[in-house]
Design a protein around this ligand. Structure first.
Ligand code: G
Ligand code: G
Ligand code: NA
Length: 254
């Protein structure tokens, strides 16, 4: 069996699960949303993180199939939470090769139509600005079409790519996610702090939300608030968790 065949079988036998990591307003405590993060329940090796299996799926039909599963699963969970009165947004990570698939937009609109009661504004795509993109003009057109459907677009790991600023110039986005490396080093490195301040400033100037990733300590949270970044995600707030743990976490958090 090749690794790809194994992953295909894993998808067919429902060995994947989405975990969810909260994003909150660090000033008010309000829960803003949750990022879906895939996990694999490997029959022998236990719970596996995406870094250990997503690379083998890069630009494959099984990778596309898994991406579709992630979207449908996340929308269905979002609908469940909204029905339960948990008022949040859900985001998924979307690979560049999936975005560039010719059927992507059509499939997404059909999938969304399967959740007619769901406001598309509650759904967000996190796009890695470093993901391999052959035709940036096409990707911009796809992301613009998603926004016209009402779906939010977030630029993930913002600031780590070579073209962060041109993306901001050429694409309308709703959210910038400050890469965790800048947050990690902000208390000790003037350069990281300078970039972090810059990203917060750009978000303000372009009218986007800004979310800090990798908020690991109270000091990070406080310093981010002083700098004008209210939204955060990270181990200080909560680790990624199974969907059915989210309810209890939210109740304890409030
Ligand atoms: O959950 P963890 O921190 O191990 O995730 C590592 C990285 O894997 C994330 O930063 C994200 O970029 C990627 N990732 C997680 N879940 C998904 C997913 O469902 N689809 C894609 N394409 N990438 C994901
Ligand atoms: O880049 P992306 O937004 O997809 O980041 C999600 C990844 O970051 C997941 O792998 C998640 O487990 C990890 N992560 C989430 N919070 C923290 C944190 O506070 N510190 C570190 N080191 N990793 C985190
Ligand atoms: Na992400």
């Amino acid at each position: 069996y090749s690794e790809l065949t194994t992953l295909q079988a894993a998808l067919a036998s429902r060995q994947f699960e989405l975990y969810y990591q909260p994003k909150v307003n660090m000033r008010t405590g309000e829960i803003l949303g949750a990022e879906a993060l895939i996990r694999w329940h490997h029959p022998e090796e236990g719970l596996k993180a995406p870094g250990s299996f997503l690379p083998a799926l890069h630009d494959t039909a099984t990778g596309i199939a898994l991406g579709r599963w992630v979207i449908t699963q996340a929308l269905s969970q979002l609908q469940t939470w909204l029905d339960q009165g948990i008022d949040l947004r859900v985001s998924v990570n979307i690979d560049g090769y999936h975005l560039q698939h010719p059927d992507f937009l059509h499939e997404l609109s059909v999938t969304l139509a399967g959740f007619p009661a769901l406001p598309p504004q509650r759904f967000e795509l996190e796009v890695l600005e470093t993901s391999t993109i052959e035709d940036i003009g096409h990707v911009y057109a796809v992301l613009d079409a998603c926004r016209r459907m009402g779906i939010r677009i977030s630029l993930d790991d913002f600031g780590t790519g070579y073209s962060s600023l041109s993306h901001l110039r050429d694409l309308s986005v709703d959210t910038l996610k400050i890469d965790r490396s800048f947050v990690k080093n902000m208390l000790t490195s003037r350069n990281d702090l300078a970039i972090l301040k810059g990203v917060i400033g750009f978000a303000g100037a372009f009218g986007c939300d800004v979310v800090a990733e990798g908020v690991e300590t109270r000091q990070h949270s406080q310093r981010l608030l002083e700098l004008g970044c209210e939204f955060g995600q990270g181990y200080y707030i909560a680790r990624p968790m199974p969907a059915d743990a989210f309810h209890a976490w939210a109740a304890a958090w409030q």
